[in-house]
Design a protein around this ligand. Structure first.
Ligand code: UDP
Length: 243
């Protein structure tokens, strides 16, 4: 078992990418419905005032350190955090080995046609991958029974839910047992990036830990979210002082 680091009340697993992939593989083998979360600074900050989200994250089978902010926070608190495990990258790693493992994916979420485009892209990148269903993420409560039955009947091993934070985590937690999928992961904007609608930051910016800045530049509607970052830094610092 790897260590879990408490960041603003949420326990984040100190895992490398390869350990995260191994943990997901074990969860699939175990077969019990489980939730994997990808915790970035924004999510951790939200959990400080959203108790439901916080409880879901602390009950999750695996919480990976998604983003430079999460890795920084753990290290600032004096804890070991080996590397960033971005949700997008984790999905790519899982997809890459899935043909050998025989894993089946269901892509749920994003605007109409986006999940289908992400599916085509995955089939090009990872020949032999089994994507057994897609469904867009715009629905009402009346549609939920049908969505659940669509997911269940396609029997995925991994359900990727791209509904945004915290909707995806809450939806997955609410229907976890009913869905009975071994691994469900909230993946935010992953399908948008795979479909080519949203671009990933160039490598040099990712390495300089500036991916958040790139996203804000490209989607000015997201720029408002940047105020979360200094608040996150401040709160982590307060935690350090009080601990
Ligand atoms: N989305 C969705 N249903 C909703 C709200 C959002 O399917 O009711 C999708 C949206 O189209 C986008 C993703 O959820 O593909 C959220 O992406 P974002 O990058 O905002 O993720 P976050 O930063 O919240 O993880």
């Amino acid at each position: 078992m790897t260590e879990r680091v408490n960041i603003l009340g949420v326990k984040v697993d100190a895992v490398t990418m390869s350990q995260a992939v191994e943990r997901v593989a074990n969860l699939i083998d175990a077969g019990k419905p489980s939730i994997v979360a990808t915790a970035n600074a924004e999510m951790l900050l939200r959990a400080t005032h959203d108790a439901e989200l916080k409880d879901i994250l602390n009950a999750a089978s695996l919480v990976v350190p998604d983003g430079a902010g999460t890795v920084w926070a753990a290290r600032h608190l004096g804890k070991h955090m080996p590397e960033r495990v971005a949700g997008f990258d984790l999905v790519q790693e899982l997809m890459k080995i899935s043909p050998v493992k025989g894993w089946r994916f269901f892509l749920f979420g994003s605007a109409p046609t986006i999940a289908d485009k992400a599916k085509s892209k995955a089939e090009t990148l990872y020949p032999g991958i089994k994507i057994v269903g897609t469904r867009n993420g715009y629905f009402t409560a009346d549609d939920e029974a049908e969505i659940i039955s669509q997911i269940k009947s396609s029997r995925p091993d991994i359900l990727l839910a791209a509904l945004g934070v915290p909707k995806q985590e809450k939806w997955l937690a609410k229907f976890r047992d009913e869905l009975n999928v071994p691994v469900s992961i909230g993946v935010g904007g992953t399908f948008d990036v795979m479909a080519g609608v949203v671009k990933r930051a160039p490598l040099w910016m990712q390495r300089a830990k500036l991916e958040w800045l790139f996203r804000a530049m490209l989607q000015p509607s997201r720029a408002g979210r940047l105020v979360a970052l200094p608040r996150f830094v401040l709160k982590v610092h307060q935690q350090k002082l009080s601990g």
